[in-house]
Design a protein around this ligand. Structure first.
Ligand code: GLN
Length: 468
């Protein structure tokens, strides 16, 4: 099993071909089929690209990602291949273009091996809400891997690809990373183009990376980041690449997050221990009051459902994908196609979003939610005046059993520590941290100021070195 690009490239130097590497992954995917991580394997196009890259290596023209085998979440467009957001409503839909960030990776010779299972339209925290059925956690197959990018997390954890792309609207990269012992990174809002990502909540969505190495995560990030004319919300700020050498960092700890009653005692104890190790290693620790944890999840669900209800209105039985077989007339085509094509959770969110945007409720929910979002952004900015990097749990606990969580609110509360970074736009990462006595892994989360990804990666290396 390969754990990073360096290992693959050293095998290439020893005489292996990129075709060998692709075959290695294809075999593993076949052996681990029961995990249900892949929705579709792009065997033919992956082999064709591998041949081409082998030629480039011979000619000395291969890009820095030669040998990297990538999986993509089933909501990222790749021209000539199907994409469905793991929903019935997009069955048989083929991408008409390639997402900008994916194209940038392909231009550096990454190979796309297939599309990965996820919760329908990236709505969920367990990957149980997919049209293709649940994904299984490789650490215990009776358990969920987290979501919504559960397929991406499991594919990386099980060595079915070198790295994978996911999308993170409220934690969908970091939360499954925490539950599968992988690295999950979400950039600053606007840092990576969203062109070619099927929209869920546009002011929250960001494409992120799963991998086994901080260095690979940073490499992929730097290639993908930067202005894209096709996404007006992509930032034109230069992508900062200069290495950071600062030895001692100012870590910030939000007391309210650490002391939250929902935080598993073992996760709490490990975190307290890590913080004291960082302090012993010469870093400063500052404790903050941030008494908003009770509000982040409700505000997140008011604002994201509002955006989702608007974004998903394009799936109407006419423009894309699924159309009901027994619908007569315009109204029925819309209502029946949508009622049959969307799953229960997606419908719940469209209805909630339509409600919070309605004339009567707008001020009470949507407008108020925006105000709270601003408050959270202001307070977060203030914390970064006193700290370089916030350290906190990624998830309140470890993964649960498939089928165990039935109530949507309990499911939504899995995201209490991850939605913060999406509400405020900050970059954040979940690093593999420890194993619980129940045998399951959990991560630790770091967050830095907006557009300070370099510092986030630097802090990640420091934190990793302080782990036992
Ligand atoms: N679990 C959250 C939700 O269901 C986050 C999803 C995501 O980040 N795409 O909305």
């Amino acid at each position: 099993m390969y754990s990073d690009i360096d290992e693959i490239q050293s095998d290439l130097r020893l005489g292996k071909s990129v075709v060998d590497i692709v075959n290695h992954y294809l075999l593993r995917i076949e052996q681990q089929k029961h995990l249900n991580a892949f929705v579709e394997v792009f065997e033919e196009s992956a082999r064709t690209s591998a041949h081409e890259i082998d030629q480039k290596i011979k000619a000395g023209t291969a890009g820095p990602l030669a040998g990297l085998v990538l999986g993509i979440k089933d909501n990222i467009c790749y021209k000539g291949h199907q994409v469905s957001a793991s929903s019935q409503i997009l069955q048989n839909f083929e991408s008409l273009y390639t997402a900008t960030c994916l194209q940038r990776l392909i231009d550096q010779d990454a190979i796309v091996i297939g599309r990965l299972n996820c919760d329908e339209f990236a709505m969920g925290s367990s990957n149980e809400k997919s049209f293709y059925g649940p994904v299984r956690n490789v650490h215990n197959e009776a358990y969920v891997p987290g979501g919504s990018s559960g397929g991406s997390a499991v594919a990386v954890a099980a060595g079915l690809c070198t790295a994978a792309l996911g999308s993170d609207t409220g934690g969908s990269v970091r939360q499954p990373a925490s539950w599968t012992d992988t690295i999950g990174f979400k950039p600053t809002y606007g840092r990576i183009s969203r062109y070619g990502l099927i929209a869920y909540a546009s002011s929250f969505d960001q494409i992120g990376v799963f991998s086994q190495s901080i260095k690979d995560t940073q490499t992929l990030y730097e290639i993908m980041a930067g202005k894209d004319a096709m996404d007006a919300t992509s930032s034109s700020l230069e992508v900062q690449e200069a290495p950071i050498t600062q030895k001692s960092l100012r870590f910030g700890v939000i007391k309210d997050y650490l002391d939250h009653p929902q935080l598993d005692p073992e996760v709490h104890a490990h975190l307290v221990e890590l913080i004291s190790r960082l302090e012993q290693a010469g870093h400063t620790i500052t404790y903050f009051d941030f008494p908003y944890l009770a509000y982040v999840v409700p505000v997140y669900y008011v604002l994201t459902t509002a955006e989702a209800s608007s974004n998903l209105s394009r799936f109407d039985g006419v423009h894309f994908g699924y159309r009901s077989n027994d619908a007569f007339g315009t109204d029925e085509v819309y209502t029946k196609s949508r009622s049959e094509g969307f799953g229960e959770e997606v419908k719940r969110r469209i209805i909630t979003g339509t409600f919070v945007l309605s004339n009567e409720q707008y001020e009470a929910y949507y407008a108020k939610g925006q105000k709270v979002r601003r408050l959270l952004q202001d307070h977060t900015r203030h914390m970064f005046e006193k700290a370089d990097c916030l350290i906190m749990p990624t998830t309140p606990s470890t993964a649960f059993k498939i089928g165990e969580v039935k109530d949507p609110i309990t499911m939504y509360l899995q995201d209490i520590y991850t939605v913060h970074a999406n509400l405020t736009g900050n970059p954040a990462i979940s690093l593999p941290f420890a194993f619980h006595t129940n045998g399951l892994p959990f991560g630790v989360q770091l967050m830095t100021d907006n557009f300070n990804e370099s510092l986030l990666f630097h802090a990640s290396a420091i934190v990793k070195n302080s782990m036992v």
